[in-house]
Design a protein around this ligand. Sequence first.
Ligand code: SF4
Length: 119
Amino acid sequence: MSIIASDKELYDIVPKCLNTKQPMFAVTKFGELIPCCWLDTSTNREDPSYKKLLAVSKLSDYESIDELILTEEWLEFNDYIRDGKSPFYGCLRNCKKGVQIKKEIYLASAGSVTAKKEY
Ligand code: SF4
């Protein structure tokens, strides 16, 4: 079953999960594996396409994570983001081209800033 809900558009994105700027995968409080923690919002959970991915993402339904991420729906999502597309508005919000939403500041034990990164 496709994760694209009817009349749903694909958003153009630059996936931060594919360029090490955002860790891949997270687990929701409901025990679902999701592509990244940024998608774990109540608004995103209402997205019809995202609901289709969630429907096949309950960890307790599988013997292994490999089995889960090799489902048709996860493979489809993987294909989309590797093409710079996503059916999820949450991905557009966080990974739209030119959008920086993440700042990291690294401190030494003495409190001085050792590095700053923006993604
Ligand atoms: S919001 Fe979507 S594209 Fe961006 S890092 Fe998370 S899963 Fe990847």
